[in-house]
Ligand binder design. Structure first.
Ligand code: IYR
Length: 223
């Protein structure tokens, strides 16, 4: 059995007076309400250090037994983006033409999506998030990971929030199946692709679907 970890004081915690807390919560809400998924990206490059800090912020996420079962591949190389686009579009062609049941296609109608994914090449950065089904020690031994989908979902949400907070836009993209990402990005066998986060500036004059979010009483109850 392992010894318990040494404990340190929580000196980075900061309590705000209730009114400050209200202001911060309301201000954060207003900022989050401005986040939209965008499908048309400008090709303007984004600073690498901004992407690095967004990934660092995502890496602060809680995870099962603090195993941090995630890995991020930030792709800006045009040749690699092209490979990803070509492979993703091959899957999406099948999806839209054959694989998707009609009710799924009906549910996507209002988003106006189709098999074409030009943003995978236009956007300056694709952050591909991998879930580590198990860990690998430097000597090659396997270690167990816990609550992997939950942990990777949380880090992804924090990455989306960090990207928005930095002043960039993103699109969650999940071609299915996406094992081609393992091959193209040469990831090890303990990792499975989880999601592509397309990141950049919005294209000029971009339009987004006229859709909204559910009100509080439809997403929460207080007991
Ligand atoms: N992966 C496809 C289809 C798609 C599925 C869902 I659920 C969406 O919210 C959006 C798209 C695509 O990217 O077009």
């Amino acid at each position: 059995m392992k010894d318990q970890q040494a404990m340190i004081p929580l000196d980075q915690y900061h309590e705000y007076p209730p009114d400050t807390m209200r202001q911060r919560a309301a201000g954060f809400l207003a900022d989050m309400q401005r986040r939209r998924s965008v499908r048309d990206f400008s090709d303007r490059p984004v600073p690498r250090d901004v992407i690095e800090n967004c990934i660092r912020a995502a890496g602060t996420a809680p995870s099962g037994a603090n195993k941090q079962p995630w890995f991020f591949v930030a792709v800006s190389d045009p040749a690699v983006k092209r490979q990803i686009r070509e492979a993703a579009e091959a899957e999406e062609r099948e999806f839209y033409a054959r694989r998707a049941p009609q009710d799924w296609l009906d549910d996507l109608q209002h988003l106006g999506t189709d098999w074409q994914k030009p943003f995978l090449e236009t956007a300056p950065t694709l952050i591909v998030i991998f879930a580590q089904r198990y860990g690998l020690l430097p000597d090659g031994r396997k270690t167990k990971h816990y609550y992997v989908p939950e942990s990777v979902g949380i880090t992804t949400g924090m990455l989306i929030t960090a990207v928005h907070h930095a002043g960039l836009v993103s699109l969650t993209h999940t071609p299915s199946p996406m094992d081609f990402l393992t091959r193209i990005l040469k990831r090890p066998d303990n990792e499975r692709p989880f999601l592509i986060l397309v990141v950049g500036y919005p294209a000029e004059g971009v339009q987004v679907p006229d859709i909204g979010k559910k009100p509080l009483d439809e997403i929460a109850t207080f007991i």
